[in-house]
Design a protein around this ligand. Structure first.
Ligand code: FES
Length: 159
């Protein structure tokens, strides 16, 4: 093999080898940095939708109250507490409570007292939301946690 011509003390072969290795490491560095970025969420989580509603004895048996700020209804009957969203499952309007359940003012969806669709365009019933007690003894509803309709929360030793 003939001697390679060297310019500035480096042969063409050495120059191409170093260039290829440099490109390889730059590409691997970029891929590694991209890999670390993947597990991170690209959007920030929204604010918590856990609502501290008050002491359990503030809601006696027979309570059926709309919590306007939280967009939910809180009920208490003989079996316990339960919360149903006030957000219509059609396009998100805020429903109102009527004698025989709930009604949406926007397109007329109607729901039974336990949230089942009984009329209108709503594609599904009103979600029931998780009710629990905070460590300091207040009722809390988590609007991000849906539970099976009919599930009621029993707070021990509450009025
Ligand atoms: S948003 Fe409630 S019926 Fe359309």
């Amino acid at each position: 093999m003939p001697d390679e011509k060297k310019e500035n003390g480096i042969s063409r072969r050495e120059f191409l080898t170093k260039g290829a290795l440099g490109s390889f490491f730059v590409a691997m560095g970029g891929a590694t940095a991209g890999g670390f970025a993947l597990p991170k969420p690209t959007v920030s989580p929204g604010p918590s939708r856990r609502y501290k509603l008050g002491a359990p004895d503030e809601f006696p048996v027979g309570t059926a109250v709309k919590m306007d700020k939280e967009n939910l209804f809180l009920f208490r009957d003989d079996e316990g507490y339960y919360a149903i969203t006030a957000v219509c499952t059609h396009l998100g309007c805020i429903i109102t409570k009527v004698d025989d359940g709930f009604e949406c003012p926007c397109h007329g969806s109607r729901f039974s007292p336990d949230g089942r669709v009984v009329g209108g365009p709503a594609p599904s019933g009103l979600p029931w939301l998780e009710v629990s007690l905070t460590p300091d003894g207040y009722l809390m509803v988590d609007a991000d946690v849906e539970i099976a309709p009919g599930t009621k929360f029993v707070a021990i030793n509450c009025g």
